[in-house]
Design a protein around this ligand. Structure first.
Ligand code: HAM
Length: 445
């Protein structure tokens, strides 16, 4: 059949079977974040467009090309704000978290905050393997801690997430430093001087980015450009003492945690707010788009949004590339997903033998559900044979058959592959209690 209303490009319908893995990723993220001392926050899914332009940078790909923006409609909303750009569905979570931190007054009432979030982000990217227009990120942001232990703490939380999912040595942690703002000014000039004579030889993206954001030339994926990058000036040659000491402290802390990291001067990140530590966690077999996680320090952002100087560091992990990497590694094991997969099937299927049992079965299902059991019953007036068949297909562990006999003697028999449980007086007023007692352990399938 022709599909008149196809799903928007770069989106997915997550159906019950797909959600087994997604829910496992979500619960793993929550557990790892919470054992790491983080608490959940849920800022809105859209923000004033200017928040992203200001935080991520006007000249970044995300802000220039990838924003899902909705114009403001009401006249009254427009008055009083010059250049109102409308609202944008969040392309990432850091800007909204920093805005919320400031708006709730945390700089004054509790500067140290360790937050995590989990939810959809939106970028109008060209959909390709591992890249979607709506995708889920698990992110952590620590506000109020200036020292390098906080940087190590966020990398450690990200690594714990991957470890808990079963990843091992196949992941690579690539780290770098973007220095302090004055270091970056010096470096920007040095890079301009180096790249300018090469521009004719470089790709059109590089020529484009040269004036707007020269750092981006360093992470160009085009082979020829990468070769030309080999002799580019190193930020570390012009970096001030404070940022250098910070970077060494970060490396020492990673070492103390027993984590191997690789210095990679090509990690410059696509967003403008970073200062000092930046890092990415890669699954190399994914090729050019192998980053499962990106993050770093952004000590200037809260001040940029109008607040007091506030150090901050965080990361975000993309579920989409993580799912691809997990599939390649045949992770997670079926046993880890067994409870979530099991929850897709009812535990007890309640069968009505004749029409007279339709309402007693409805009541039985109600009692089972009150006792905390997933109970199912026929809602379409099917024959007893068809009900039995459906029960078999449903994967239910137990069958509760209610017929004229059971109604007469008030007893109920629950059958399963593992055996039978007789529930005396089950249809009496004590049904709830009787079920609770009988179903304490309904056995395994
Ligand atoms: P990011 O590097 O833009 O950083 O994104 C982090 C991760 O999100 C990427 O490594 C990737 O796994 C995933 N991701 C990004 N775009 C897409 C997409 N279109 N489809 C699927 N997955 C995607 C940030 O977002 C920063 N907010 C990270 C951060 C937090 N820095 C400090 N705190």
């Amino acid at each position: 059949m022709a599909q008149s209303f196809p799903r928007p490009r770069g989106t997915r319908d997550l159906l019950p079977d797909d959600l087994v893995l997604i829910r496992h990723l979500e619960r793993t993220a929550r557990r790892v974040a919470e054992t790491g001392g983080c608490v959940e926050v849920r800022p809105p899914l859209f923000e004033d467009t200017r928040l992203f332009a200001r935080s991520l940078g006007d000249a970044t790909d995300v802000v220039e090309k990838e924003m899902f923006t909705v114009p403001r409609r009401s006249e009254s909303e427009q008055s009083g704000s010059e250049d109102s750009g409308g609202y944008t569905f969040r392309p990432e979570g850091t800007a909204g978290a920093a805005r919320a931190y400031l708006e709730a007054g945390f700089p004054q009432r509790g500067p140290l905050q360790k937050w995590y979030y989990l939810g959809p982000m939106f970028r109008y990217e060209r959909p390709q393997k591992g890249r979607e227009r709506q995708f889920t990120q698990f992110g952590v942001e620590i506000f109020g801690a200036a020292g390098p232990l906080a940087d190590a703490e966020v990398v450690e939380i990200a690594l714990r997430f991957f470890e808990a999912l079963g990843f091992g040595a196949e992941l690579e942690v690539r780290v770098n430093s973007m220095g302090d703002p004055a270091d970056r000014d010096r470096w920007r000039e040095a890079l301009r001087g180096y790249f300018e004579p090469q521009l004719a030889e470089r790709c059109s993206d590089c020529r484009d980015r040269f004036a707007r954001n020269v750092f981006r030339l360093l992470d160009c994926k085009v082979e020829r450009c990468r070769e030309l990058n080999a002799g580019a000036p190193d930020l570390f040659a012009v970096m001030g003492e404070d940022a250098r000491v910070h970077h060494e402290g970060f490396l020492d802390a990673m070492c103390a945690l027993g984590r191997t990291v690789r210095e990679d001067r090509g990690i410059v990140r696509g967003l403008d707010y970073y200062t000092r530590t930046v890092f990415e966690i890669h699954y190399p077999p994914l090729g050019a788009r192998s980053a499962l996680c990106g993050g770093g320090r952004y000590d200037g952002l809260v001040a940029e949004l109008g607040g007091p100087a506030t150090p901050a560091v965080g990361f975000a992990i993309g579920f989409t590339p993580t799912e691809i990497a997990l599939a390649a590694l045949e992770l997670p094991s079926e046993s880890e997903l067994a409870d979530l997969r099991g929850a897709l099937a009812p535990e007890v299927w309640c069968v009505a033998v004749t029409e007279e049992e339709r309402l007693p079965v409805l009541r039985l299902a109600q009692a089972l559900r009150k006792a905390g059991r997933r109970a199912a019953l026929d809602l379409r007036g099917k024959s007893v044979g068809a009900q039995m068949k459906e029960a078999g297909k449903s994967g239910a562990a137990w069958l509760a058959v209610l017929g004229p006999d059971e109604r007469t003697n008030g007893a109920l028999t629950l059958r399963s592959l593992a055996g039978e449980v007789e529930i005396p007086a089950a249809l009496s007023a004590d049904l709830d209690a009787a079920l609770r007692a009988a179903l304490k352990d309904p056995g395994s399938r």
